[in-house]
Design a protein around this ligand. Sequence first.
Ligand SMILES: Cc1ncc(COP(=O)(O)O)c(C=O)c1O
Ligand SMILES: N[C@@H](CCCC[NH3+])C(=O)O
Length: 414
Amino acid sequence: MDYFSYQQNALFAEDCPVAELAKKHGTPLYIYSRATLERHWHAFDSAVKDHPHLICYAVKANSNIAVLNVLARLGSGFDIVSGGELSRVLQAGGDPAKVVFSGVGKTVAEMEQALNVGIYCFNVESAAELEQLDLVAGRLGKVAPVSLRVNPDVDAGTHPYISTGLKENKFGISMDEAEQVFARAAELSNLEVKGVDCHIGSQLTEIQPFLDAMDRMLALIDRLAEQGIEIKHFDVGGGLGVTYDDETPPHPDKYAAALLERLNGRPLKLIFEPGRAIAANAGIFVTQVLYLKENSDKRFAIVDGAMNDLIRPSLYSAWQNIIAVERTDAPTLTYDVVGPVCETGDFIGKQRELAVQSGDYLAVRSSGAYGFTMASNYNSRPRAAEVMVDKDKHYVIRARENVEQLWQGEQLLP
Ligand SMILES: Cc1ncc(COP(=O)(O)O)c(C=O)c1O
Ligand SMILES: N[C@@H](CCCC[NH3+])C(=O)O
């Protein structure tokens, strides 16, 4: 399978009537492709071949219940970071026995919730969390399955805000401390040590940092074995990048083959936590041009979608391709594509060549991951609707918020 047939959004390959959907459901609008989500999930699952493994889709990338349900029906596991995400997985029909729970700040209530439904494993991120989990499990009369997230101190070569595996990052337990914390975990009676976990960052476009991290983790696993601590699984985290512009991240086949080669026949079960690689290029964000304007020598296309709907450009200066949905006779000019929010940082793209006029629809590609899940109601803007295309049908999987929903739960003083 070549890279592009793997990461190409079926919405374009299958002639999805984007303008028609935008007219019908209004904009801004998220549109996802079921076929693409499934293809990406299978790309990971089949890449690992018959080596024991579990694909735990990272729910934070796109947590719509319908998206989770499509993956649950394939037999996917899930990587969660909150009780809210766990509830979504269960609501979507996901199997709790295939859930791994990551995150540096799990609360007691979240630990209880996860223990009560019987998740596969807690990815514990500190010695303090380990002690807390042991207490909570003991109180419930349960044994908590744990893996320790170890921070391998490797440079993932990605944006500093989405790099997680350097020793100055807040994530995981440092290499120096790891053996000691594992020894403590083995000693605590309400915990069962299952695995080693590491996640070094997101949008990685090279395999080498994954291999560097894996080498360190395998060496740690060998040292633990000498101490009589048997590790059953290795969770490699997520982080495989996608093509937004001209990046050429490896296909999951290549990535998995490199990891399996490094594993060198060890019978360790592998857990993968891909989020972006499954969801990003399975979705687009559609917005309508409201006005065109010029300020001194700059041209702006003011659109009805904004940073509250899609924050990646504002937050990380992320580049996502913006294309006109329909061809027009308008001249091709260079625009900053900006939203209505009162922030200078509210832009979706800068210096884009577009042939557009007021009323035209623009599609922002690669928006299926970290799009809707990072949306907010800033400037009291209702969140966009989400639609899923399934062959020649489409379904509204989340209705646009209405304004009354914006103040739900708020109260006037007596
Ligand atoms: C622990 C963990 N697992 C998985 C992911 C998913 O990452 P990605 O979407 O880059 O695959 C993240 C986010 O970076 C994460 O923090
Ligand atoms: N939200 C980030 C990725 C963060 C990954 C979460 N650990 C992005 O849009 O690129």
